[in-house]
Design a protein around this ligand. Structure first.
Ligand code: ADP
Length: 261
């Protein structure tokens, strides 16, 4: 599968700000993510994790500050360049964004929709040649559901649908995988399996992986670096072994936020 993906993306955020109307979602966030790094984003609901991932994926434009991907300033990109940049960064959403009543094969093929014209993409999605079908089968094998190639997506379990979303991300020929709470809707054993799968796939392919996770145990166990967000600001950014339980507790401590407020 290594030929499917290129080398990992490098991100550099400086003094990033994102406002949604009068809501400040991110304030003064500076962060460097090296190619092939694996980072867990942790923090309470509303801390800005989804917004940060959306900025990395160029789907949310910062209100202030800069974002560079592989040294290029994303805020200066044309619409076309942005589309290209987005197609290299796979995003596994909370809701997975799979099309329910089509076959797994077609959902995975849709990962390359951004690469060609709309009609060209649609044609190769609906009528893939043998090579493409084989490539998808190989990826499904890697994520542990090779027998689901022709299965209907809505008939799969939640965990299997997560795997389809990961397969689609890999087929996208990405340089980075951003995952927003990808394990929120599956049971604890499956959640662990999925984190292990994503981290090992990213490692084997040299992809950068940034994942937001509510489950601190998984974040601490499987990620070498933790970034804590709280009320839109960086609370900490450190190797996992350097993050203390007090720091983690403070991140989620509601009474402290009430004092600050
Ligand atoms: P998290 O992923 O950590 O839960 P989000 O990035 O979703 O945090 O949200 C950060 C803040 O921005 C929250 O206060 C949230 O209510 C607000 N927010 C997020 N998306 C929007 C939006 N589209 N419009 C207005 N406010 C938003």
């Amino acid at each position: 599968m290594s030929r499917e993906c290129q080398t990992g993306a490098r991100f550099e955020l400086r003094d990033l700000e994102v406002d949604y109307g009068s809501t400040r979602a991110l304030a003064g966030v500076s962060l460097r993510v090296e190619a092939g790094e694996q980072i867990a984003l942790v923090g309470p609901s509303g801390a800005g994790k989804t917004t940060l991932l959306s900025v990395l994926n160029a789907t949310v434009r910062p209100t202030g500050g800069t974002i560079e991907v592989n040294g290029a300033d994303l805020t200066a990109y044309s619409v076309r360049e942005l589309r290209r940049a987005r197609s290299e960064i796979a995003f596994v959403h909370q809701g997975l964004n799979l099309i329910p009543n089509i076959r797994v094969l077609h959902n995975v093929l849709s990962g390359r929709m951004g690469r060609q014209s709309f009609l060209g993409s649609l044609f190769s999605m609906l009528f893939p040649g043998r090579k493409r079908v084989e490539a998808v089968h190989e990826i499904l094998d890697r994520v542990g559901i090779p027998d689901k190639l022709y299965g209907y997506t809505h008939r799969l379990s939640g965990g299997q649908q997560q795997r389809v979303a990961i397969a689609r991300a890999l087929y996208q020929n990405c340089r980075a995988i951003l995952a927003d709470e990808p394990v929120a809707s599956v049971d604890p054993a499956r959640a662990r399996d999925l984190v292990v799968l994503l981290t090992s796939i990213a490692r084997e392919n040299g992809l950068t992986l940034v994942m937001s996770l509510h489950n601190l145990e998984l974040a601490q166990r499987y990620f070498p670096r933790l970034v804590g967000l709280r009320q839109g600001e960086l609370a900490f950014d450190a190797p996992t072994s350097d993050v203390s339980s007090e720091q983690l507790q403070a991140l989620y401590d509601l009474s402290a936020s009430q004092v600050v407020a």
